[in-house]
Design a protein around this ligand. Sequence first.
Ligand code: FAD
Ligand code: DLZ
Ligand code: SF4
Length: 511
Amino acid sequence: MSKPHARNLIIILGDQLSHDITSLQDFDVQQDAIWMCEVREEATYVKHHKKKIAFLFSAMRHFAHELREKGFKIHYTYYHDADNAGSFDGEVGRAIEYFSPEKIIVTAPGEYRVWESIKNWEKKFNIPVKVRKDDRFFSTVKEFVEWGEDYKTLRMENFYRHMRKKHNILIDGDDPVGGQWNFDKENRKPPKEDMNPPSPYMAQIDDITKECMNLVAEEFSDHFGDLEPFYFAVTRDQALYALDKFINERLPKFGTYQDAMVEGKPWMFHAHLSFYLNCGLLSAREVVEKAEKAYHDGHAPINAVEGFIRQILGWREYIRGVYWSQMPDYADKNALNSRRDLPSFFWDAKTDMNCLKQCVGETYQNAYAHHIQRLMIIGNFCLLAGLDVKQVNEWYLLVYADAYEWVEMPNVTGMILYADDGLLGSKPYAASASYINKMSDYCKNCAYDPNDREGEKACPFNYLYWDFFMRHEEKFKSNHRLGFTYSNLAKMDDDLKSLLREKAEKFLSSL
Ligand code: FAD
Ligand code: DLZ
Ligand code: SF4
């Protein structure tokens, strides 16, 4: 048999599972070939949640199968293949040897770490390498940077309005549909007993997924998280089904209960689509289009649809712009000098603080927590306790099935830890127990009292909150958004301040 040959060799990475990915856009079935690989380095550079690895391997295998059915020539390296090189670089070396291509084509990767190695391929392998733009986003990094030049600070809300106008989404003439850009006032209601979130999408496990689950059980048993039950969509058709289910069943109440948290109800009215968006099974454009159509069809109200679209057209795009415009320096930011080690309950959920126990526990089970759990429970604790920026980033990157550095890092370094010194947020997202008690039912089953600040059963969020603002008084006291906090602090007598500091210190040293 003659040695296989390819004109162009297309490398498809695990988060590029889109049939219209730019690297495939002029694919010639007669002359070109594709290479995909399951590699140890990607599965272990952080020890990803078991569900995340099973999900991605299964989605990759299904995608490769679909490409093969289209008649595309594809080489797929399985994790257990004897000659698996174990890394992208090693596999590209093997791919070149196998196909002797004239050129390598790859779509730009989602992580800086991978971009750094792709930049070396041309020299390392002595072959032309064409890196194509990833056009699965509404904006480009260049557009984000140019937009930012008009502003002193990079605020999401301004960027989001720019995107709404540019893409004519929820726009009526020159104005926002519904007369407002933002319906936050109608959103973010506390949970109600009778709100009854529908059951989430649960995919059937097929043979391919079962094989991947067995592989993960065998190879990654020491990684964080439960492997079963497994319910993620692993094909585009399944992901589209999950999208429709969200639009039909949850979207109408998405806005109202966007920030609500209820014990034993991890899914609430959220979309659970980030896994599919981020690996390419769904496109941001189709998700936004379907949500907008639901408004025009009278199926979902404007507060829900605007709130949802803002997450994707606004936050998701903005976060990506921050990552690519600020890397690599962004990875070393630590404006509040946060250096405390992660407590052990981040790994086993064993803590008396019920809100954290629930959120870390659900993360362990599902490789998912919704935004407010990530931000206002776990993230809030990380901020107030001054947990180490690198360790917190690593934790968030490995525990969630939707986590890739481009989206995880600005959310952690910028949004929760204020480590970028306010580049992303105008003030730290710090909250005491009263917020948690208002937006969740966690406090009902807790050993601590959310209404106690300094007594025996005082909730740690309360004294940590004040300790945080005392610790960082120099930095924050002139921040006009924190005027209320600092005027309350000014009213406290010195004995109370010392007591709160002492309690915080004792608690933190016990972690
Ligand atoms: P929904 O609440 O239904 O929102 C719809 C979609 O909007 C999401 O699917 C997502 O694509 C997008 N979105 C919403 N908020 C954000 C945001 N802040 N940044 C980017 N996209 C957003 N999201 C990730 O996709 N990957 C991550 O690794 C990740 N890490 C996070 C870490 C922290 C500390 C915080 C506070 C947030 C993080 N997020 C991350 C953002 C957000 O929490 C998740 O996108 C969301 O919880 C995913 O669940 P969902 O699909 O049900 O989202
Ligand atoms: C997250 C991940 C994992 C666990 N495994 C693989 C893999 O074996 N092969 C692969 O191509 N991609 C994997 N990925 C996703 C990559 O880490 C992701 O594509 C890079 O971070 C580039 O953005
Ligand atoms: Fe969390 Fe404090 Fe409420 Fe307990 S009392 S659930 S620790 S906020």
